[in-house]
Design a protein around this ligand. Sequence first.
Ligand code: 2PG
Ligand code: MG
Length: 390
Amino acid sequence: MNPIKTDDTINKIHGYKILDSRGNWTLAVEVNNYIGITPSGASTGTYEAKTIDTEKSVNLVNTKLQKLVGMPLNQKIIDNELETIDGTDNFSNLGGNTTTAISMAVYNAIASKTQVGNIFPYPLGNVFGGGAHGGYTEFQEFLAIPTKSKTIINAIETNEILYHTLKTKLLKIQKGNIGINDEGALTAKLNNIQALDIITDIADDVGCRIGLDIAASEFFDGKTYNYKTSGKKLKPEEQIEFVIELIKKYNLYYVEDPLNELDFEGFKEITKKVGKQCLISGDDLFVTNTKRLEMGLKSANAIIIKPNQRGSITRTIETINLAKKNNYTPVISHRSAETTDTTIARLALDYSIPIIKAGVVDMRIVKLNSLIQYWNNSEKPKMTKPNLKL
Ligand code: 2PG
Ligand code: MG
């Protein structure tokens, strides 16, 4: 049963600042002693819910939003009330960061009284990176998906093996000159192709397929995609050809944001040509928003789901449902600045979301460990069957 409502009322709502993985303050909210903490992004989409200053968020929760006390512990009622109080489309007044933390805390309070789902997602792990998260490659994330795994434990372990094998190999090739970025992904002075060559080699051996988050808006200047490591400048039609070539050559399972966040038509062309063999996923393109997804129902076949892009769990669930109805694969995802919050792991199980993008090391493990804990407590846990054959 999906956690939507209870017979309880909200008897306490309390906000305070707490640290995120970049060491910045973010908002924590407790609703009846269940917590929600807002993450944040570095490569944010233009159409995401608006974020306001954390101090201001804390203040709003502890003053104006105390009016939620006494209301039913019901996801829709609380999320609708937040929309009414805010009065805008993108939470510009209350801040999407404020509403996300409240909405997630409400979700966790309700979920604590609800049976959790038993269909487990495949972890899509960021093992190597660059772009806005730090590193040399323009491509933001090189992602592993353990396509042969039959349990969440083995799936998580397989991604870890890939990460550690890659680390050992890079340390050797780069003579110790490697780093890690905001998501704990490895970095090294390699270009996109060199990185892909090394990673796909290891992936075959350990039983993974590879994905990319190109995060192309970050290096598009309105006319060309600028590859600073090689000096290459690609026009949109050349970028499309390049991405298609990579999908074919490296047998990529997943490609996120191959083009900038406005190019619905370009996405459509890529999906038409290679959508049967690869998930083409919109993150900045759709920003977890049903209106944006409706604009691009033929543009992709997968969608990133990030509750804080939308600012509301109710709206996030609407996006998940619209995606599924249109045969899209939803991919629930962490942000580059993460916290100890595990709501996305629980959402993945409650809504049978087939893939979770949650990193492989450091702060990222809280989501993975939460899945492991659910797996160990589940009577008949099963791995999902994604749309695209693994
Ligand atoms: C992304 C995310 C998470 P950010 O682009 O998919 O990996 O990054 O949170 O910086 O937007
Ligand atoms: Mg992305």
